[in-house]
Design a binder for this molecule. Structure first.
Ligand SMILES: C[S@@+](CC[C@H](N)C(=O)[O-])C[C@H]1O[C@@H](n2cnc3c(N)ncnc32)[C@H](O)[C@@H]1O
Length: 215
């Protein structure tokens, strides 16, 4: 699909977002520019999108999934626990005519598995995720990493910036056969989503982690 980056950002920006976000699930919609920047980073710096199976864990309303579809992912599995959100995702996919590329799945990622039996050998599985940061439900981010590591070839994951989080992640992943390959610092705009958000939008420091399997 041929589309300029500018038009892709505007297309993603115009998708439907959460209409009744649930704080306990840390439902924040990623800023459109950030979503497209990440997919461009994975797609053009590393060639991890085109022709890959993309898994979007905690997909929300599908911004990362939609951007991946336009960068020619083979297909995308978009998993979210909340059926209200999956319904919005479905509407977004239908209105953009992406039903043959993006497959929404309503599931707790804890129970989500991928069988590689029916995939051609050497299929690259790229997981891209913007998981809950674990602010509302402690350690919510850990299960996302653990799950992604269980079936992926490459993992991209967004986490809060700062040395403390970075240290935690480096320590946490030691028990898996995975390592941090690169960390991209990024200033993400968080739109006002909940009544306790007093500003219209806020810049937050995040790190985009690229994880690879140890040799
Ligand atoms: C920070 S939001 C990110 C949404 C979307 N990926 C984006 O970037 O706009 C996290 C998403 O994870 C979902 N979620 C939280 N816990 C989950 C779980 N255990 N299984 C599946 N989805 C979950 C929430 O419903 C929410 O949509």
């Amino acid at each position: 699909m041929k589309i300029s980056k500018k038009n892709l950002i505007s297309l993603v920006q115009n998708t439907e977002t959460y209409n009744n976000p649930k704080i306990i699930l840390e439902q924040y919609c990623i800023n459109a520019t950030c979503a497209v920047d990440i997919i461009y980073y994975a797609g053009f710096e590393y060639d991890d999108i085109s022709n890959a199976v993309v898994v979007d864990l905690g997909s929300g309303t599908g911004r990362l999934s939609i951007a991946s579809a336009f960068l020619n992912a083979k297909f995308i599995l978009s998993v979210d626990i909340d059926i209200d959100v999956v319904n919005i995702l479905n509407r977004n996919i239908k209105s953009l005519d992406l039903t043959s590329v993006i497959f929404p799945i309503c599931a707790d990622i804890k129970y989500f598995e991928i069988s590689k039996k029916n995939l051609p050998e050497n299929t690259k599985i790229t997981t891209i995720m913007n998981p809950p940061f674990g602010v509302q439900s402690r350690h919510a981010d850990r299960i996302f990493l653990e799950k992604a590591f269980s079936f992926s070839s490459i993992v991209y994951s967004i986490h809060l910036g700062g040395q403390k989080v970075q240290k935690f992640i480096s320590n946490y992943i030691q028990k898996f056969d995975w390592m941090v390959d690169n960390i991209l610092p990024y200033n993400m705009i968080l739109e006002n989503t909940y009544p306790f958000h007093t500003e219209k939008s806020k810049k937050i420091d995040i790190n985009i982690y690229r994880f690879i399997r140890k040799e």
